[in-house]
Design a protein around this ligand. Structure first.
Ligand code: PLP
Length: 376
């Protein structure tokens, strides 16, 4: 294994840290502001919020806890239901279940890999509190219908926008829809601070509530007195410093992602037994946060293909595992008998090729050459 990780090894997602990251970090160290106090936090919160057309931002330690805080702030709990996709990263479902509420799952579309919006309304009951949309792999969810249904039934829309920094739906920024949205800045996202997240909203009460929950709900007048049970989900000034430097470069990062996606599609499109990401829909261009491929026949499984790629030094990653098949939820008696064939097939047959921002064009050529060897 250690032999594999040579200079030739192509990792799944290596970030690009060539802007002001180092300069701002040195400022943190020189000034002594390395904790969650310090000027980069506020600067980052307001810059990122305004980048996604929101009034307020609450920086937190990761994109998962961002959703926990949002669920708590919206008072979603025991007896409530939240509609969400069956095929998505696990954080949203974790937060809903942890709060004592129930995720009500909806099948996804086989081509966009996002929630099938036409199936949402039939899932609404008198217990439904919210619709949580998750934009998967870089293509936004079809928002118009979601917003219309939410309005008609008086439901919150929560947007998990962890994979779509800078992406737009009909020209409007992802992360600006619904009552509240969250992002992650983990190392494999469109922009990173290693670990980190943010909650964005236009609602001042929700903003106050989330900011308080992030900091243990400490009483405003007396230190060490706590009004509610919160979290320590604070971000450090150092992380915000890296985040601010990354945000300065986001347009460039998105251009790189898009051109990587196009290069992959150009070089892979004549492999007949794999399905490639949609290039665009009527409402958005794909910006390929993740470049996913789905194996179409049974000659070679996705797992076997990934194993062969790994032997060539290429680190591919499997698709998400569906929510209803997660051991942690099955153990709790959730989703008994649930079937979502499209989501299950994607989980089984899909994988992502390396597309970190530091990846070079000739490395993509190499990956595609190996993909042809594996599949032709
Ligand atoms: C990455 C991701 C998260 C989790 O973010 P972390 O910062 O890793 O906790 C949540 N939702 C989606 C859709 C993600 O892609």
């Amino acid at each position: 294994m250690s032999k594999m990780i040579s200079s030739k090894f192509i990792s799944a997602s290596e970030p690009l840290l060539k802007g002001n990251e180092k300069k701002y970090l040195i400022e943190c160290v020189k000034s002594g502001w390395i904790s969650s106090q310090g000027p980069f936090i506020k600067k980052f919160e307001s810059s990122f919020a305004s980048y996604v057309d929101r009034k307020y931002g609450v920086a937190v330690s990761n994109g998962t806890i961002a959703i926990d805080i949002v669920i708590e702030a919206l008072r979603i709990g025991k007896g409530d239901e939240v509609i969400m996709p069956a095929f998505a990263f696990i954080s949203g479902a974790d937060a809903i279940v942890r709060a004592g509420a129930v995720p009500v799952l909806v099948e996804c579309d086989p081509f966009t890999w996002n929630i099938n919006v036409n199936e949402i309304e039939s899932k609404i009951t008198k217990h439904t509190k919210a619709i949580m949309v998750v934009h998967n792999y870089g293509l936004p969810v079809e928002m118009d219908l979601v917003l219309e249904i939410a309005k008609k039934h008086n439901l919150f829309v929560i947007e998990d926008a962890a994979e779509v920094h800078g992406q737009t739906y009909k020209g409007k920024k992802c992360g600006s829809f619904g009552i509240i949205s969250t992002f992650s800045f983990y190392a494999n996202k469109n922009m990173t601070m290693g670990e980190g997240g943010i909650i964005v909203t236009d609602d001042s009460d929700l903003y106050e509530k989330c900011a308080s929950l992030r900091n243990l709900c400490v009483n405003k007048d007396r230190r060490y007195k706590y009004d509610e049970i919160g979290w320590n989900a604070r971000l450090t000034n150092m992380q915000a410093a890296v985040g601010l430097a990354q945000l300065e470069q986001i347009d460039k990062f998105l251009t790189i992602k898009e051109s990587m996606g196009k290069q992959y599609t150009k070089l892979l499109k004549d492999i007949s037994n794999i399905q490639l990401p949609i290039e665009k829909t009527s409402y958005a261009k794909n910006n390929y946060w993740g470049y996913g491929v789905v194996v179409k026949d049974n000659k070679l499984s996705a797992a076997e293909a990934m194993k062969k790629l790994f032997e060539f030094g290429v680190d591919a990653r499997p698709f998400f595992w569906p929510i209803h098949l997660q051991p942690c939820f099955i153990k709790r008696g959730l989703f008994v008998g649930a079937k979502f064939p499209v989501s299950e097939a994607l989980a089984q047959n899909g994988f992502c090729l390396p597309n970190g921002l530091a990846l070079k064009k000739d490395q993509i050529n190499f990956v595609c050459e190996k993909m042809h060897e594996v599949f032709d």
